[in-house]
Design a protein around this ligand. Structure first.
Ligand code: PEP
Ligand code: MN
Length: 338
């Protein structure tokens, strides 16, 4: 267990609590941080006795390190992680928006999409070149051709590119074109892929698995971090519940929960989180209010003709409305739209 102390904790208070811990049959190891101290508690006595320590006013929290994520834990790094992508500071107080189609379909479609994203002052372009489709008969993506089209779109608009990596065999290729590599919900627990990602230094958007718990989500981030890539952005994209009125249930609880448990940036994808165009703007506002650092939005020049995820894609006018309507929410949340 780790006892995290508030920064105001005095030497005497620390001494006192160390003494209390040893009286309970544990050994205390005090680790002084730059901004606050933590006490590592080791021993095999009854851990439930330790919960009483939380009642001290100078104690911030009691964290079980039997919780297997360590590098991802806020208790191991109090300051929020800030990831710089082409000058965009992810995780800082500047809110950011990734927009673009589910799939890269052709040159005209992706260039149009990129122009709309850029003209509305959104920050990055998304588009899948490798698509994880439920049916093997559905459009699987343009693969390398799609990556090349994304590169053209970047050249035209300067927008950084977010695109999904499906398989470790394509890691070098996707790494070459992507500014952020997306790992989709279905691959969240593809541990061999996660370990490979740890070897790149490229920022990763790790999407929450369809039925992954918060702990499992953080363990997947830990997998990547444990190999040495700390540039991870967590993405809440809805979970599968009994509800069938929409595609997924966007778990807004996850945002403040993750913000508390981890120092990693947290973004929200209300497109997959709802599966319905009309829910995207209201849930974007809710995500901002709940403390998200950014949004990932599916937008298509003509959603009716989209090869994938048309029913949840905003059209250009709706994207414009989104950008306009979320602005006051971003301000109220104490963030800026750069
Ligand atoms: C996507 O972003 O298009 C996608 C497939 O998302 P998810 O992995 O969250 O289903
Ligand atoms: Mn999609």
């Amino acid at each position: 267990m780790i006892l995290v102390l508030k920064k105001e904790a005095t030497q005497n208070e620390i001494k006192h609590v160390v003494n209390e811990i040893s009286k309970l049959g544990f050994t205390a190891h005090t680790i002084k941080g730059e901004t606050k101290s933590v006490i590592g508690i080791i021993g095999n006595s009854d851990k439930s006795k330790l919960t009483a320590l939380k009642t001290y006013s100078f104690v911030d929290s009691l964290v079980a390190v039997s919780k297997p994520y360590k590098l991802a834990a806020r208790s191991s790094k109090e300051e929020s992680t800030i990831i710089n992508v082409d000058g965009i500071q992810i995780g800082k107080n500047s809110f950011f928006i990734i927009g673009g189609p589910c799939s890269v379909e052709n040159k005209e479609q992706i260039l149009k999409s990129a122009t709309i994203v850029a003209n509305n002052n959104a920050h990055m372009l998304r588009g899948g070149a490798y698509k994880p489709r439920t049916s093997p008969y559905s459009f699987q993506g343009l693969e390398e051709e799609g990556l090349k089209l994304l590169a053209e779109a970047k050249k035209k608009t300067n927008l950084p590119i977010v695109t999904e990596l499906l398989s470790a065999s394509n890691i070098n290729l996707v790494d070459k074109y992507a500014d952020i590599i997306q790992i989709g919900a279905r691959n969240m627990q593809n541990f061999s892929l996660l370990k490979e990602l740890g070897k790149t230094k490229k920022p990763i958007i790790l999407k929450r698995g369809l039925s992954a718990t918060i702990d499992e989500f953080l363990m997947s981030a830990e997998y990547i971090m444990s190999v040495g890539n700390y540039n991870i952005i967590l993405c809440e994209r809805g979970i599968r519940t009994f509800e069938t009125a929409y595609r997924n249930t966007l778990d807004l609880n996850a945002i403040p929960t993750l913000k508390k448990l981890t120092h990693l940036p947290v973004i929200v994808d209300p497109s997959h989180g709802t599966g319905k165009t009309e829910l995207v703007i209201p849930m974007s506002k809710a995500a901002i209010a709940a403390g998200a650092d950014g949004l990932m939005i599916e937008m298509h020049p003509n959603p009716v003709e989209a090869f994938s995820d048309g029913p949840q894609s905003l059209n250009p006018d709706e994207f414009k409305t989104l950008m306009k309507e979320i602005t006051p929410f971003i301000k109220v949340a104490g963030k800026t739209l750069s």
